[in-house]
Write a protein that binds this ligand. Structure first.
Ligand code: FAD
Length: 474
């Protein structure tokens, strides 16, 4: 590491990289310092089961990266990025063997519903249509919107709990369940205020863009970001766990891609005690239990729609999904969890040896929970895909502790950098005019503990870099 950097970024997750790229593009000299031996944070692909089977250790399906106003402007295809679009963004199988699909085509999606065709269009069409005007307000900190009327129309729906939203708009339980599949990505009880927003945003992304993923593994998204960053002259130092600001060379700004609990442990930040107290009060959300499988064949879903979907959500009644998300927040284990499954190898043959397959899944569990949920997750899949267990060649599991060992930002297995409830959605880590700044004018936060929160979209990093530019390099 040389001595003359304008900005040092601590942590090489998608947000750290986004911040570094934005600053480097403005002509500043930057370096990323990363504690791990591999860059990427919770976006990494490795052969963790059998040789030749590539598994995404953390994030796997990246519609937010594809749709990100920051990432989509970068020339990542030139640096090797290839997107794969599953025929169906996501599907949800039901107990009777039927399934609903969320197709990219909104009309085709709505046409599946017996009683809810009109109300599905009424709910989603305005958001899908106005997405380009809404995205800047939804993917950043609270500020005066450019399109207040459209945002207000969205907000009236998005502010509601997912439970209230589906009960108001839909008559069929199956339509409600399909929407819950997307809404439950919030990792919140579905009767919580604003839990509906996640369903609206993720479903709108499916209709506007699809739910794509990078060819060869989510890790390739990081490889291409890094290649672009280095082509701009950006530097990376691996295997350096930053514990003290004084161990880093002098710079005009330090941007941390870490969560409040970790920031509090960094020495020499000189934060006043009131700010420290507020960071200490920051709330973490439920954790996850994660499984990767090497399979002899694709998951044998009973329903064809599930065989054509990149993502399959599981949960066999409205009540079952609601109870699952409540249990994860009430420190209870649950034998019938809501499960998210991703199946890349059906669409991406580079992931496995010939004719073999992978699958990736997780369920929400209480923060810090150490129970092995393998049986519960496999039982849910088996219900919609009898014979699934016979296809398993090998598997790798991570409970909340293993996840935090894999990446120290995953506090207690929380994959979103903190609870995404109404009190922390736009005002994370604390309510302030600039959530990316801290009382130390040289220290900034760019992780998913800042708005707009969890997901691989780089928008926390972009906004943090903007805060650095505005306050230091005006
Ligand atoms: C199992 C799982 C599944 C997920 N699925 C999806 C998905 O399908 N789609 C999606 O969009 N998102 C998904 N996510 C969420 C997504 O991965 C995160 O929101 C995203 O990685 C956040 O990026 P970040 O840059 O804020 O932090 P991170 O990716 O967590 O990166 C933080 C980096 O900081 C480094 N670091 C920490 N402390 C220090 C230190 N003291 N010194 C130096 N370096 C340090 C870490 O090693 C890490 O590299 C998933 C996450 C997990 C874990």
């Amino acid at each position: 590491m040389s001595k003359n950097y304008d900005v040092i970024i601590i942590g090489s997750g998608s947000n750290g990289l986004a911040a570094a790229i934005h600053l480097q593009k403005q002509g500043l000299k930057t370096i990323i310092v990363e504690q791990s031996v591999i860059a990427g944070g919770a976006t990494k692909t490795e052969e963790i089961t059998l040789p030749g089977f590539k598994h995404d250790l953390g994030s796997a399906i990246l519609p937010m990266a594809y749709a990100s106003p920051f990432f989509r402007e970068l020339p990542l295809e030139k640096h090797g990025l290839e997107w794969i679009f599953p025929k169906i963004p996501f599907a949800h199988p039901f107990e009777d063997g039927s399934a609903y699909a969320c197709y990219k085509d909104l009309e085709k999606t709505a046409a599946q519903f017996n009683k809810d065709e009109k109300s599905y269009k009424k709910l989603l069409q305005p958001i899908v249509k106005n997405w380009s005007q809404l995205e800047n307000s939804l993917l950043g900190p609270l500020k005066l919107p450019k399109h207040p009327l459209k945002l207000a129309q969205f907000g009236l729906k998005a502010f509601l709990p997912a439970k209230q939203l589906v009960n108001h708009y839909f008559k069929e339980e199956k339509t409600k369940i399909l929407f819950y599949g997307a809404a439950a990505h919030a990792t919140l009880p579905l009767n919580n205020l604003a839990s509906g927003a996640f369903g609206l945003v993720l479903t709108s992304m499916a209709h506007n863009y699809g739910w794509p993923f990078p060819k060869g593994g989510a890790g390739n998204f990081i490889t291409t970001l890094l290649s672009y960053y280095q082509s701009l002259g950006g530097e990376l130092e691996l295997s350096h766990n930053v514990k003290d600001l004084n161990e880093l060379p002098k710079a005009k700004a330090y941007v941390f891609d870490i969560t409040p609990k970790q920031l509090l442990r960094i020495k020499a930040t000189n934060f006043p005690s009131l700010y420290k107290k507020r960071l200490e009060n920051y709330k973490y959300g439920a954790g996850v239990f994660k499984i990767d499988w090497a399979l002899s064949e694709p998951i044998p879903w009973r329903n064809k729609k599930c065989r054509q979907a990149g993502t399959v959500h599981l949960g066999f009644s409205q009540k079952e999904i609601e109870s699952s998300e409540i249990a994860a927040h009430q420190n209870r284990d649950n034998t019938k969890p809501y499960v998210l499954v991703a199946q890349h190898s059906i669409f991406d043959t580079t992931r496995t040896p010939k004719d073999k397959h992978t699958a990736w899944a997780y369920c929400h569990v209480p923060n810090g929970n150490l129970t092995d949920h393998t049986e519960a997750i496999e039982a849910q899949i088996e219900k919609a895909a009898p014979g699934f267990k016979d296809c398993i060649l090998s598997k790798s599991t991570m409970n909340t502790k293993a996840l935090q060992q894999f990446n120290p930002n995953l506090i207690g297995g929380d994959i979103n950098g903190g609870k995404q409830d109404i009190t922390q959605l736009f005002t994370r880590p604390i309510a302030s005019l600039s959530p990316y700044s801290t009382p130390n004018p040289k220290i900034f936060i760019c992780s998913s503990s800042t708005p707009p929160g969890g997901g691989v979209h780089g928008m926390c990093g972009f906004h943090a870099a903007e805060a650095v530019l505005k306050s230091i390099f005006k």
